[in-house]
Design a protein around this ligand. Structure first.
Ligand SMILES: Cc1cc2nc3c(=O)[nH]c(=O)nc-3n(C[C@H](O)[C@H](O)[C@H](O)COP(=O)(O)OP(=O)(O)OC[C@H]3O[C@@H](n4cnc5c(N)ncnc54)[C@H](O)[C@@H]3O)c2cc1C
Length: 427
């Protein structure tokens, strides 16, 4: 059993090699500095370099060290909570539909980038499933489907028998599928974006934490332990791993700790019955049940323990119980990997874009949908850096708002798991 240390997580075992990313050394200038080497930052750096900008990306640790190297790999072009009509109600028709188009097209952006840059990340775009864990949830999924269908999305309802065949699980009541979704090897995708960005001319520097941002000689200066970069524009792409670099940014989202667990490879005959078409899914539970197989037929699933104390053993026990329920054909299995990461949640589960100061931009708070939406945010941030206010933000620009009692919210958010389980059981 490996521990939750990033370097011993599942994805590092099967990821494509990382490019050379030496630490920043000495003083230099750039057009744009990107802080954070996950999907948001790497997508921004790639899009900027492709447009000929001189861009330096600073990552405190290694590529994909944050959530981008630890997630479940499901590429999901929908909101965590809202339906498209809710977004129109909240933001008005023009802004709401812009956001709907942006979110709805985000998975295609991911898979287009993968194809265009030949990124070897076990990508499969054969649809993302959301099964109903209770019959009462079907009406909500039907509304989701209908509202996305009305906007031309490639979605379909899936009846109970077909869902049982597609998931290989007998417990679901049907559901819906978004055909533009799919899954990837998360760390390979991050490394592949970095390869592409470097090839396009970006300078990607790992082990280079941005320690301070200063206004010097009419531009921004970022200080790292061994070097500095001066630029007119800075893009902060640090999401749930945000530190104290910009006052109040870390306090504007709730970093929720989420655990993942991977079984030993399933035997060929069992693997043929579990997600036989290679789909991935997250069901309608708020306490998060998501499943996918990796290239070695390990089943990779989420778990949200109430307490992290003794988490490894508790997690294995509760995950085995859950597997026996969802996949009775897996009567017993061992778990080879358990790891965790931080998910950046917002109070309304919608992403945020802020212009923190003239020339300093950030996008964050994807609430568990950041593979597709983070990639799209990176492209938008690149556009903003290049074209300034000539490009419309996909989400309304809002002033940075810190959450009251943030220090308390973070530990208390754990109690939500109990509430979610209670709600899920009563659905
Ligand atoms: C366990 C788990 C499962 C998930 N499953 C899914 C899923 O299946 N589908 C999905 O769409 N989303 C999923 N997510 C969410 C998704 O992974 C994230 O939304 C996405 O990776 C965010 O990318 P990012 O680039 O914005 O941030 P990150 O990938 O977190 O990158 C931020 C980076 O900033 C760096 N950094 C921070 N401060 C500094 C500094 N001062 N200087 C330099 N660097 C700094 C960090 O080291 C980090 O590498 C999951 C998340 C977790 C944790």
């Amino acid at each position: 059993m490996q521990t939750s240390n990033f370097a011993s997580g599942l994805w590092i075992e099967t990821a494509c090699p990382a490019p050379e990313t030496p630490p920043l050394d000495g003083a230099r200038k750039a057009d744009v500095v990107v802080v954070g080497g996950g999907y948001t930052g790497l997508s921004a750096a790639l899009h900027l370099a492709e447009e000929g900008a001189d861009v330096v990306l600073l990552e405190a640790e290694t590529l994909g060290f944050g959530a981008s190297g630890r997630n479940n790999g499901q590429v999901i072009p929908t909101y965590t909570r809202h339906n498209p009509d809710d977004v129109v109600r909240a933001y008005g028709a023009k802004q709401g539909e812009r956001l709907n188009r942006w979110v709805g097209g985000s998975a295609d952006l991911v898979f287009d980038l993968i194809r265009r840059h030949d990124i070897a990340c076990d990508a499969t775009q054969q649809g993302w499933l959301q099964p109903a864990h209770a019959a009462s949830r079907l009406a909500g999924l039907r509304a989701k489907h209908d509202q996305w269908a009305a906007r031309g999305a490639a979605v379909e309802m899936v009846d109970r028998d077909t869902m049982a065949t597609m998931t290989g699980s007998p417990i679901y009541h049907g559901g819906w599928m978004n055909r533009s979704g799919g899954h990837i090897q998360p760390l390979s995708y991050a490394r592949g974006l970095a390869h592409a960005a470097i090839l396009a001319g970006a300078s990607v520097r790992c082990q280079s934490p941005a320690l301070e941002i200063r206004r010097e000689d009419g531009c921004w200066r970022i200080l790292t332990p061994r070097g500095t970069v001066d630029a007119d524009t800075i893009l902060l792409a640090t999401n749930a791993y945000t530190d104290a670099l910009w006052p109040g940014l870390a306090q504007s989202i709730v970093p929720v700790r989420s655990f993942h667990i991977a079984t030993t490879p399933l035997s060929a005959n069992i693997a043929a019955t579990v997600l036989p078409g290679g789909h991935g899914f997250s069901d309608t539970r708020q306490s998060l049940w998501a499943f996918r197989k990796d290239r070695n037929n390990r089943l990779v699933t989420t778990c949200m323990p109430f307490t992290p104390f003794g988490a490894r053993r508790t997690l294995q026990r509760s995950t085995l119980a859950r597997l026996r329920q969802a996949y009775p054909q897996i009567n017993d299995t061992a778990f080879d990997y358990v790891w965790d990461g931080k998910v950046a949640m917002t109070t309304d589960r919608l992403p945020r874009y802020h212009e923190l100061a003239p020339g300093i931009h950030t996008g964050l708070g994807y609430s568990g949908r950041g593979i597709a939406i983070g990639t799209a945010m990176g492209r938008f941030l690149a556009d903003r850096a290049l074209k300034g206010h000539g490009t419309e933000p996909p989400v309304p620009t809002a002033p940075l708002k810190t959450l009251p009692l943030h220090d308390l919210i973070v530990p208390l958010s754990r109690f939500l798991v109990l509430y979610y389980r209670w709600r899920d059981a009563r659905a």
